[in-house]
Ligand binder design. Sequence first.
Ligand code: ADP
Ligand code: ADP
Length: 218
Amino acid sequence: MLKFDHVSKRYPDAGDALVDVSFHLARGEMAFLTGHSGAGKSTLLKLIAMMETCSRGHVLLDGQNLNRISERQVPYLRRNLGLIFQDYKLLLDRTVFDNVALPLVISGYGHQDIAKRVRAALDKVGLLGKEKKYPLALSGGEQQRVGIARAVVNKPRLILADEPTGNLDPELSAEVMHLFEQFQQVGVSVLIASHDIDLITRMGYRMLVLDHGHLVKG
Ligand code: ADP
Ligand code: ADP
């Protein structure tokens, strides 16, 4: 499903953010990405999300070489990805419903289809009944669950999360991680960058460890 083949990334006027990174993530596999601040975690996720391109090697997503895609294809390929951020990135002047509906509106779905899919996504994250609320009326854990509903509403094959529990207390973090497990159990691949070593060690999934851009454990 996802393959890094000898991938290096150097930013202009900066050192190497990633050096000769190779790994494979299977369909339905869940893995954590960890390492010190500046180790290259966000860069690795950005390469998959097509927000950056690699300097050497190849990133393959469902067999597609991401170096070879045109700017025009990017939005279509991104629909197969569910992106989740530490700071949720919700639109604060829109309701929960509208936030979750956004990817479907962009994809051009009709009203009834959108309503059905948004409710199904909110149901999965335990937020049915909060459609009309605004993000700031929700707790941090609930806001992140809105972010997760928005990420999965398009039924992506791969979920990418960058420090999704960075702003949550341990109990809420465990709940959010449990949600990821539920998506993994229905065949979605999940890659989560996280500093929360205690939690991810307890969960017992594969751990990819970056150290100064080198993958030292895969
Ligand atoms: P992490 O997510 O593990 O903290 P990053 O991928 O953000 O690591 O950063 C890896 C390295 O690349 C760091 O040295 C960082 O300063 C550098 N870096 C990240 N983004 C850029 C950029 N846009 N331009 C230049 N250097 C960058
Ligand atoms: P992280 O939480 O991944 O450590 P940072 O706070 O280091 O992120 O960086 C925030 C943003 O700035 C990221 O998008 C990262 O790619 C970018 N960035 C990091 N280092 C640099 C740099 N040296 N030059 C330009 N942009 C950078």
